[in-house]
Design a protein around this ligand. Structure first.
Ligand code: 0A1
Ligand code: ZN
Length: 885
């Protein structure tokens, strides 16, 4: 039906740009411009006539004026690449709608109305994977952050909460399973081989939590009885061939449900909880109410195709999405600037869960390693932003390590200062106060203050200020002297002191013992803390457990670090001392500015420390287990090494790191071989001991390969041939892929043939080659891009080839500049297909100002080349222009 259009008038739209944007410069959305919605939509009914090629959507929106705001004559309904086919108002063709860009404006006279809008979608043409799209013969949705507007016109903002009733109709042979949020309220057959299902979600939710799935799927089913006695039907939906790989996901889900009851008092609130695995997905997973949609990577696991790391990934992401049911869904975000409200808190919750499942020390070390390798560089470069950003052009660009991981660290600091019990009172109060609301970070902080009895006035600066604070520490004459500096970041030249809680202990060098630990809170630029009865010859252990996400400069010598690596009773601090020793050595080796030249003594000291780790003699009161040993043996990543200096030479640092590996591998060869033999004899199981053995087994190969490629290649080939599980197989192949040895190609060929047709395993095959130390890696990546299994429209496959390459320091930073060109070419080719995924390849270029020449200039030139391209997406446009600074 054709409906008359009338001109647009003011519409009460929140958060629009200050001034009309120039053509093709995306509008900037600012946090300070927030205004409440002019209209609310308490009830939504959707009707889907589903098909892979064509889907028709009819919405019925009950809209009511939000009396707290101005009386806007129009309701603004956001749209993106859709057109209204029909618009009805109170059952009659609407005479008064108009388009404003992508948005539909409807003029409404009274205070409420029933709007009905029809749209037509082409899911199999939707390569952006936002909104409704087809994946491998099924249909699914992704609506966070602004995907719902690609399905139907709607006030697509998280502070508009509605209850949803959804009816789906579809051909039964192609799409036999029909799933949606909430509980199923009816289903049946229709004429012509079609069927229908109706779902109702009683919990008001924002549109970004809407989800629908239709496909030929089977489920692993189970049930969970909540603490309040509710029987919940659990199902994990996959393609039939994948059913045998869903048990670990189900176990993880049940553990998460129980843990959240016990640890945070959170109970599930629907009769069903469905998880669906899809092969085409931009991110890891999505917490849609009662119907989580997952990247297959975070659902499917069996010993043959998934590594121990993959098992942990499944457990952690299942937990993360499940925990969002409270931290995200029951209490959601008022606007997207508050993203860390749900993400930071949920990451903290999933980290604490995984600590309880896997062991605290190792999990903490892993989390800190990711923070330092990804978030610290983000925070010291042109893309730096506070955990609660002030502005954006494309919100998808703000699903960052800062919002997620630093956000979690900030809440972890509140927990450290409050203590676990008081923090729990605060989180209980937060859930109670804001249940059913769209809340702000400020609401969260206030609830923790009130519930935990904590003054967080100055602590709020963590939400406002970007940048990693730098803390200097020295202990002298019973006094701990601390200073801090928060560095300038884009748009924030001047910073105020942050509140920095640090767990501190002093060790007596003569006895190797500490008298206990204490939490000091640094909230000034400088402060001094006295420690009575400190030992005469005290060794300082500080930021134990990594209580604060800061960079530390501690005045202490190599001897102190060797002592702490051997004696500290905090496993994190012990790990940290060894890392610091290694970092000092590598910076000196690479001739990094300001670093003293290394000498054989410091390498010899490292040799001794590593020998002690391999010999198990690190602590005098107990042995290291292999899980922890594996962590201690990991050298700091080049990304973190680059962070230590103002201008880094990535090639020199990479070479220094490889050089140390080779030296240790040759110096301690017997020990690494013995460890490899010992670990190889441990039979496969998923218990901590066997997993630890697998971890150190591949570590041994890595060191041996750096020292003597030929000998290591035959050892690695033997590990590959014997492998009955993916951890051993992938570990061996990773080492082989980096060697110019005859065993390499045969093993790669075998892997491909063995897993032909298994997408996740073939992803590994691409990633292992693209991330390898092989000197021809650039030409190998180019050849792999032409491999028949490579697909530009599948994000997992794109990431497996190109993200692995962008993270490969030797390849990406090749002095020829070819690595930079390769990734820039990818961004330009991918941007029109999937801008969200394309934009995620821009940040590696953002380091250009801090890279030694000729790297810095070559990186900037590639950014400029991308910036000059016509028709860039908003996603890539924003990232490239911010990166150019
Ligand atoms: N909320 C999800 C992350 C997510 C964000 C955007 C997406 O769109 C492509 C998908 C998922 C989480 O934190 O798990
Ligand atoms: Zn999340």
């Amino acid at each position: 039906m054709d409906v008359a259009r009338t001109p647009s008038t003011a519409d009460g739209n929140p958060m629009m740009a200050d001034a009309p944007p120039e053509p093709h410069v995306p509008a900037t959305i600012r946090r300070e411009d927030y205004t409440p919605p002019a209209w609310l939509v308490p009830e939504v009914a959707l009707h889907f006539d589903l098909g892979i090629e064509k889907t028709v959507v009819r919405s019925e929106l009950k809209i009511v004026r939000n009396h707290t705001s101005d009386r806007a004559p129009n309701i603004r309904l956001n749209g993106d690449e859709i057109e209204p086919r029909t618009v009805l108002c109170n059952g009659k063709p609407c005479e008064s709608w108009t388009m404003d860009g992508n948005d539909l404006l409807v003029s409404i006279e009274g205070d409420e109305a029933l709007l009905s809008i029809t749209t037509e979608l082409t899911p199999d043409q939707n390569s952006k994977l936002m909104g409704l799209y087809a994946s491998n013969g099924m249909l699914c949705t992704q609506c966070e952050a602004e995907g719902f507007r690609r399905i139907t016109f709607f006030p697509d903002r998280p502070d508009v909460l509605s209850t949803y009733t959804v009816r789906m109709e579809a051909p039964k042979d192609v799409l036999p399973v029909l799933l949606c949020n909430g509980n199923k309220t009816g289903e049946g057959d229709l004429d012509g081989g079609r069927h229908w299902a109706e779902w109702h979600d009683p919990w008001p939710k924002p549109s970004y939590l809407f989800a629908l799935v239709a496909g030929d799927l089977v489920a692993l089913e189970d049930s969970f009885t909540t603490m309040g006695g509710r029987e919940v039907d659990l199902a994990i939906w996959v393609r039939e061939a994948d059913l045998g790989r869903t048990q670990h996901a189900m176990d993880s889900l049940k553990k998460s449900m129980k843990w959240d009851e016990e640890t945070f008092g959170r109970e599930y609130d629907l009769d069903v909880f469905n998880i669906v695995a899809v092969g085409d997905f931009n991110m890891g997973a999505m917490e849609n109410k009662g119907l989580n949609i997952f990247n297959t990577k975070y659902v499917l696991a069996d010993p043959e195709t998934a590594t121990d790391g993959d098992y942990d990934g499944v457990e952690g992401v299942i937990a993360h999405e499940y925990f969002h049911n409270w931290s995200g869904n029951r209490v959601t975000c008022r606007d997207w600037f508050q993203l860390s409200l749900k993400e930071g808190f949920t990451v903290l919750r999933d980290q604490l869960f995984s600590q309880d499942m896997q062991g605290e020390a190792v999990k903490r070390i892993e989390d800190v390693r990711v923070l330092r390798a990804v978030q610290f560089p983000e925070d010291s470069g042109p893309l730096s932003h506070p955990i609660r950003p002030d502005s954006y052009q494309e919100i998808s660009n703000f699903y960052t390590s800062t919002v997620y991981n630093k956000g979690a660290e900030v809440i972890r600091m509140m927990r450290s200062m409050a203590g676990e019990e008081a923090f729990r009172k605060g989180s209980d109060l937060y859930f109670e106060r804001h249940d059913g609301e769209a809340a702000t970070c400020e609401d969260f902080i206030t609830a923790i203050e009130d519930g935990a009895g904590l003054d967080l006035k100055q602590f709020r600066r963590w939400y406002e200020q970007a940048g990693t604070p730098r803390v200097s520490a020295a202990f002298k004459d019973g006094q701990l002297q601390l200073t801090q500096e928060v560095p300038a970041t884009p748009g924030q030249p001047d910073k105020q002191p942050a509140v920095i809680p640090l767990r501190v202990a002093l060790f007596d060098r003569s006895t190797g013992k500490s008298a206990g630990e204490r939490l000091v809170v640094l909230d000034q630029s400088e402060a001094s803390f006295s420690f009575e009865d400190s030992p005469a010859d005290a060794v300082l252990s500080i930021n134990r457990g990594f209580t604060a996400p800061v960079a530390l400069d501690v005045e202490r010598g190599e001897g102190d670090l060797v002592f702490l690596a051997a004696n500290d009773d905090d496993p994190f601090a012990r790990y940290e001392a060894l890392q610091e020793l290694v970092i000092g050595h590598l910076l000196a080796e690479a001739g990094a500015d300001g670093a003293a030249r290394s000498d054989d003594t410091s390498r010899a000291a490292l040799g001794e420390a590593f020998a002690a780790i391999l010999d198990d003699g690190v602590v005098d009161d107990g042995a290291l287990d292999d899980q922890m040993r594996g962590e201690m043996l990991l050298l700091p990543p080049v990304a973190y090494l680059c962070e230590q200096v103002l201008v880094a030479d990535p090639v020199a640092l990479h070479q220094a790191r490889e050089g140390l590996k080779a030296w240790l591998g040759s110096e301690l060869r017997d020990r690494f071989e013995a460890m490899h033999d010992r670990a190889s004899a441990v039979p496969y199981s998923l218990d901590r001991k066997a997993r630890g053995a697998r971890k150190v087994k591949t570590q041994a190969l890595v060191y041996l390969a750096a020292a003597d490629g030929a000998a290591a290649a035959s050892r690695a080939k033997a590990q590959y041939d014997r492998a009955g599980n993916m951890t051993d197989r992938q570990g061996a192949l990773m080492v082989l892929a980096g060697l110019e040895q005859p065993e390499r190609d045969a093993a790669l060929e075998d892997f491909h043939a063995r897993f032909d047709g298994n997408d996740l395993a073939i992803d590994k095959w691409f990633a292992l080659q693209a991330g390898s130390l092989h000197p021809d890696v650039i030409s190998q990546v180019k050849a792999l891009a032409d491999h028949p299994d490579f697909r530009l429209n599948n994000p997992n496959r794109v990431r497996s080839l190109y993200m692995a390459f962008a993270a490969n320091k030797a390849g990406f930073h090749d002095p020829s500049g070819e690595g930079y060109r390769l990734i820039a070419d990818l961004i330009l080719a991918l941007d029109p297909i999937n801008p969200q995924t394309a934009a995620r390849f821009v940040p590696p270029f953002g380091r250009w100002k801090r890279m030694a020449e000729p790297h810095g200039t070559m990186m900037r030139e590639q950014l400029e080349r991308i910036a000059a391209a016509d028709g860039l997406s908003r996603d890539t446009y924003e990232q490239v222009n911010r990166s150019l600074g």
